[in-house]
Design a protein around this ligand. Structure first.
Ligand code: MG
Length: 159
């Protein structure tokens, strides 16, 4: 059995007049994340971790933000395609561990629904998807609520 690890990181800017999509679900908030896609920063970090683990470059390589095809696209579609790329190379997800840095909104009440949503998209057990929320104690761009950052670590296995 072959085991590999991957790591992903992403940031998106918070702005008024956009919906906030995080972990594949829409959250009620005064601001949303700005991006070419729905800007789901959590999913983007996860995709990059998966691609990195399989040595398949990065999310921008596969889904360029210059392509009209991906304008305002639901990031769950990108995650599903990423899993297909992974499986085409013979890998399956072991587990994912994700940390989101956001001052607001409070994410903890929404984590179970994010886990269920991502597990369904990735065709894996909910128990394989860990999501953690933290603030940065009002420090830095996340602390000033200018943006949200996400980090993801994954393990993938080839039987
Ligand atoms: Mg991104």
């Amino acid at each position: 059995m072959k085991i590999r690890t991957g790591f992903g990181f992403d940031v998106h800017r918070l702005t008024e007049g956009r919906e906030l999509w995080l972990g594949g679900i829409r959250l009620d908030h005064t601001k949303g994340l700005l991006g070419h896609s729905d800007a789901d920063v959590l999913i983007h970090a996860l995709c990059d971790a998966l691609l990195g683990a399989a040595n398949l470059r990065d999310i921008g390589y596969h889904f360029p933000d210059t392509a009209g095809e991906y304008k305002n696209i639901d990031s769950k579609i990108l995650l599903r395609r990423t899993m297909t790329l992974l499986r085409e190379k013979g890998y399956e997800l072991g587990n994912a561990d994700i940390t989101v840095c956001a001052e607001r909104p409070r994410l903890n009440p929404h984590i179970p629904r994010m886990q269920e949503t991502l597990a369904q998209v990735m065709d894996t057990d909910t128990d394989n998807i860990s999501i953690k929320a933290t603030t940065t104690e009002k420090l830095g761009f996340t602390g000033r609520e200018e943006g949200i950052a996400a980090y993801a670590a994954v393990l993938i296995v080839k039987p």
